[in-house]
Structures are given as C-alpha cells and as structure tokens.
Design a protein around this ligand. Structure first.
Ligand SMILES: O=C(NC/C=C/[C@H]1O[C@@H](n2cnc3cncnc32)[C@H](O)[C@@H]1O)c1cc([N+](=O)[O-])cc(O)c1O
Ligand SMILES: [Mg+2]
Length: 215
C-alpha cells in the first residue's frame, strides 16, 4: 500500500535535513508541505509567532497537545534552555512513531517526552507521573473540540497556575469557537489574538495567547 503522508514527511526530513540540526528539519518539512503536499503542521508563518511566545515565556515545562509529525515539538524544543522540556501527547501510534524519528533526527530527544495516549486520559496523571507542578506554557494543536474540555481539565488538575500561558493554534481555521469564547470572556485569562494565515495558504488563521491570571 501507499506510504502515509507522515511517512513521506519523515522521508523528506531524512533526505533534506542534517542530523542534529533542528532548523534544517523545520525547513525540510516546510518546503515539502509548501511545494509537495500540504499537511497540518503549524507552519513557518504561525511557527515564527510560536517561536516568539516560547522565547518570551522561556518556559521550563511545556505541554503540547497533538504531536502529529513533531514539527512544532521541534520548533519549541530547539528554543528551550538546558533542563527545560516539552511533554507532547499523541494518541495515534503511527503519528507518534513518525514524530519520534523526526525529533531524533533533530537531535532534541533529551528535551522531549513524547507520551502516546489521549490528553483526557493523561492530563490527570501529569503531576504524579511526571512530577509536574504546573505548566509554564501549553500549546494546543489537537482536535479542535478538545481545546475547551482539556483546558478545563488542566485547570481542575491544578496544572494551570498564575502566569501559565496557553497558546492555541487554528482559532479561526478550522476554528475553536467555544474555546475562544471561554478564554476571551473569562475574568481569569488575559487573551490576545495573533492574526496570521493557515499554514502554507493565504486563508486567515491565527494563534490565541491566553495568560492565566490566577483565582
Ligand atoms: O485538525 C487539525 N488538527 C488536529 C490535530 C490532531 C493531531 O493531534 C492528535 N490528537 C487529537 N486529539 C488528541 C488527544 N490526545 C492526544 N492526541 C490527540 C491526532 O492524532 C493528530 O496527530 C488541523 C486542521 C487544519 N486544517 O486546515 O484543516 C489545520 C491545522 O493546523 C490543524 O491543527
Ligand atoms: Mg494546527
């Protein structure tokens, strides 16, 4: 049978990127997705905004929801100082297997903890299993109807504390209306919309950054 798109993305990385060079991995995926096959990576334009938020927050512990091929995992991990790490959740075993290889090719495996499983199942175990007190940054890029329930679950589990930054992809396209309404109307979040474009296209999309103000 034909290879899968994630397998073709990994092949593009192995052909075009240099082992141990995260930027070359990012460039290889963006080139493949812009000129060969579109894929739902956050991409270079929104990726630059992601980079600026990671640099601004300089997080010690990051949670990423929805690894897919590991493109944004590599973007985030490459900016983390020694001792900081990103825990990324992915429930599709095929995608997780590809992402592990992409992360390994970039040489960032020491800064990444890829957990195979569903966010709803794993979030309640984060403190116990990973010794996480609270996340400094959460990047939401998984199923769009999971953004709100998982945010509420993170709050209930005490994994979002004063100063935690939530950064959500696709708040316009495909759109996350219930999540957006929640963070924009809640007195406990300070929200800002970074207008951009859907990866590799001219359609509007953007990232929503929401800072938790505490209870
Ligand atoms: O649908 C989109 N993203 C969904 C991403 C889903 C990814 O997160 C995982 N996942 C899902 N719930 C999970 C729960 N727990 C763990 N992994 C999970 C899925 O196995 C997949 O790897 C999307 C779509 C477009 N688009 O233009 O159509 C553009 C984008 O940027 C997108 O992010
Ligand atoms: Mg996305």
């Amino acid at each position: 049978t034909r290879t899968s798109r994630p397998q073709r993305i990994l092949k593009a990385v192995q052909r075009k990127a240099t082992v141990g060079d995260p930027q070359s991995v990012i460039t290889a995926i963006d080139h493949f997705c812009r000129h060969r096959e579109w894929a739902m990576n956050v991409g270079d334009e929104k990726g630059s905004i992601l980079d600026s938020v990671v640099s601004e927050v300089s997080p010690v512990t990051v949670l990423e929801l929805g690894t897919y091929c590991g493109y944004s995992t590599v973007r985030i991990a490459r900016l983390l100082p020694p001792g900081a790490c990103v825990i990324t959740l992915e429930f599709n075993p095929d995608y997780a297997a590809i992402a592990r290889q992409v992360i390994k090719w970039s040489g960032l495996e020491d800064k990444v903890q890829l957990v195979e499983g569903a966010s709803g199942d794993w979030i309640p175990w984060m403190k116990e299993h990973f010794g996480v007190q609270a996340f400094d940054l959460v990047f939401l890029d998984h199923w769009k109807e999971r953004y709100l329930p998982d945010t509420k679950l993170l709050e209930e589990c005490g994994l979002i504390q004063k100063g935690t930054v939530l950064l959500a992809d696709n708040v316009i396209c495909p759109g996350t209306p219930d999540y957006l309404e929640y963070v924009r109307n809640s007195p406990r979040y300070n929200s800002h919309y970074y207008r951009s474009h859907l990866e590799y296209t001219k359609a509007e999309d953007g990232l929503e950054k929401s800072v938790f103000l505490g209870y």
